[in-house]
Ligand binder design. Structure first.
Ligand code: PMP
Length: 364
């Protein structure tokens, strides 16, 4: 198959076509270099420029203040669960607060618990993680080592708007599945981390944005590869970094900046795409049952059930005939999940929404 389909995969996920085309053009030789990015030293001038541009673009896109460092790491978001516990909880004599809103919040606390005591501030388990707390109802510990939340629960399809006010307590966020999909107020955070393979690029690189004062909280003598300070000191290169993943991240940032026109525009487009899917759900409300409570719906991952598992199976099969791929929900929620990240073209979502209306009419 050479023709591209509409890829609704939760991640790794669809990439912007211009990014893939440029990577294809440059696969044999980076302009002026005569070698591909896969073949050059990670300490070459050419790679220095790629890494610096990626950092500068993220800084510009998100408006990252000067007292924050942007570092590129490996090990996915999972390794961040370990690192944040090691750097900011272990040895602090404090407890870390967690807001548990789904699979990924639970995965984070499970690893952090290995480094020190944690406290669950709020847990949406009673309703199978279909809703979120209001920020004002959270009783955060004013003396916590940090307060952690997951901005978008990729599996359940629920997404926060904004962030809690934590005063002096550092706010830590797993932003993996909505990073670079909308503006955020970076100043409110001590640490933001995100694996790249949803909106920002491909698997292999993880971005962390860490406030300077956080670095001094880390215990001395951490293993070098698990020490944020070591990545800052060595400009993300204490060892050989994932060069290709950083190169793609840089191209995605350029696309967001130059083709899309920034994160406010990306957000508006994402909102429009999500509304198309949710309107198709709401207009056939007796047929489609959304997992998320309406006020908690994710702009990134729309999750819903059909009246029976048989219908869900034929929905997925019929969708494929229209080139709509990877719509199966995660087993913990079931049903359908449409991941509509930055690079999902509007036409893909329009095709999905009209298919949904048609399918409901034929089978409702
Ligand atoms: N957090 C969130 C919100 C995610 O969506 C994912 C991946 N689906 C992860 C963490 C885990 O990422 P990784 O596989 O890179 O460890």
């Amino acid at each position: 198959m050479t023709q591209r389909v509409f890829n609704f995969s939760p991640g790794p996920a669809v990439l912007p076509l211009p990014v893939l085309e440029q990577a294809q053009r440059e696969m044999l030789s980076l302009p002026g270099v005569g070698m591909s990015v896969l073949e050059i030293s990670h300490r070459s001038k050419a790679f220095d420029a790629i890494l610096a541009e990626a950092q500068a673009s993220i800084k510009q896109l998100l408006g990252v203040p000067d007292n924050y460092r942007i570092v590129f790491l490996q090990g996915g978001a999972h390794l961040q669960f370990t690192m944040l516990g090691m750097n900011f909880l272990q040895g602090s004599g404090k407890t870390a607060d967690f807001v548990l809103t789904g699979t990924w919040g639970n995965a984070a606390i499970k690893e952090v618990q290995k480094q020190g005591p944690t406290r669950v501030v709020w847990d949406g388990k009673d309703e199978n993680y279909s809703y979120l707390p209001a920020w004002s109802e959270l009783k955060l510990n004013p003396d916590a080592a940090f307060a952690h939340f997951t901005s978008n629960e990729t599996i359940q399809g629920i997404q926060f708007v904004g962030e809690p006010d934590t005063d002096a307590v550092p706010l830590v966020c797993d932003c993996s599945s909505d990073f670079l999909s909308r503006p955020i107020d970076v100043e409110r955070y001590g640490l933001i981390y995100a694996c790249a393979q949803k909106n920002a690029g491909i698997a292999g690189v993880t971005v962390a944005i860490v406030r300077d004062d956080m670095l001094s909280r880390a215990p001395k003598n951490l293993p070098g590869m698990l020490d944020y300070g070591n990545f800052v000191k060595n400009d993300s290169r204490p060892n050989t970094p994932p060069v290709f993943a950083i190169y793609i991240l840089n191209l995605v940032c350029r696309w967001l900046r130059d083709d899309i026109g920034g994160l406010a525009k990306m957000d508006a487009l994402n909102r429009h795409k999500a509304n198309l899917v949710y309107s198709a759900i709401d207009d056939s409300a007796s047929f489609y049952r959304p997992h998320a409570r309406p006020d908690c719906r994710s702009q990134m991952n729309a999750t819903f059930r059909l009246p029976s598992e048989e219908l869900e199976k034929s929905f997925i099969d019929d969708a494929k005939k229209l080139q709509l791929y990877d719509l199966k929900g995660h087993r913990s929620v079931g049903g359908i999940r449409a991941s509509i990240y930055n690079a999902m073209p509007l036409i893909g979502v329009e095709t999905l929404a009209s298919f949904m209306r048609d399918f409901a009419k034929r089978n409702g």
